[in-house]
Write a protein that binds this ligand. Structure first.
Ligand code: 4NP
Length: 157
């Protein structure tokens, strides 16, 4: 059995690619890389084809994650056929995805942090226009969400 997961934020250069690399790391550590397929995308089109934001890459590198090979892409209607689980980084992303979701789609569409076990925070804040702290906060929340998501997906395998 496999389950496929798509992380979605606005630009696909900060939050969702961070979720992609962190979750891939946890899935690999659990020996589940052949069972859990992972990708990320953005609702917006401004950064298509670009590498993650340098501030995001730097923050991730301090914790041992290499994001340099990722390139941004935009979420599309086809993603609702190709993925089992689509996870929004914030409520605005969720609303945008709900508007795109075909009526016959069986996708599980939720906020990523709905899976985070030890926090009541339910949105990963957009770090793009903020300071350095925002990027570390994204990593903290993403690492937390990844833990809970892995446990939840194990039950689908
Ligand atoms: P992300 O961050 O959605 O986490 O990738 C952003 C990246 C770019 C912009 C906004 C948020 N932007 O406005 O260009």
């Amino acid at each position: 059995m496999t389950v496929s997961v798509l992380f979605v934020c606005l630009g696909n250069i900060c939050r969702s690619p961070t979720a992609e690399v962190v979750f891939r790391d946890r899935v690999r550590a659990a020996g589940l890389e052949e069972h859990i397929l992972i990708d990320s995308a953005g609702t917006g089109d401004w950064h298509i084809g670009r590498a993650p934001d340098p501030r995001t890459q730097d923050a991730a590198a301090t914790r041992g994650y290499d994001m340099s090979s990722l390139r941004a892409r935009q979420v599309s209607a086809a993603d609702f056929e190709q993925f089992d689980v689509v996870l929004a980084m914030d409520d605005a992303n969720l609303v945008d995805l709900q508007a795109m979701q075909p009526s016959d789609s069986a996708v599980t569409l939720k906020r990523f942090l709905d899976y985070a076990p030890h926090t009541s925070i339910r949105e990963v804040p957009d770090p793009y226009y903020g300071g350095e702290d925002g990027f570390a906060q994204v990593l903290n929340l993403v690492e937390e969400g990844a833990e809970g998501l892995l446990e939840a997906l194990r039950e689908r395998l």
